[in-house]
Design a protein around this ligand. Structure first.
Ligand SMILES: [Zn+2]
Length: 44
């Protein structure tokens, strides 16, 4: 998967560690999501 913001590869392990998320079919690093939206996405 690729991060929507930085376009870097996201490993499966990052999803498992909650360092990355899928949101409505897009993939985000937690850091990139927080930077873009100005909020932290909590693990479901
Ligand atoms: Zn990213």
């Amino acid at each position: 998967m690729q991060c929507t913001l930085c376009n870097e590869h996201i490993d499966d392990i990052e999803f498992e560690l909650d360092d990355a998320f899928e949101v409505e079919g897009e993939y985000w690093h937690a850091e990139c999501y927080a930077e873009y939206f100005g909020e932290v996405l909590e693990a479901v």
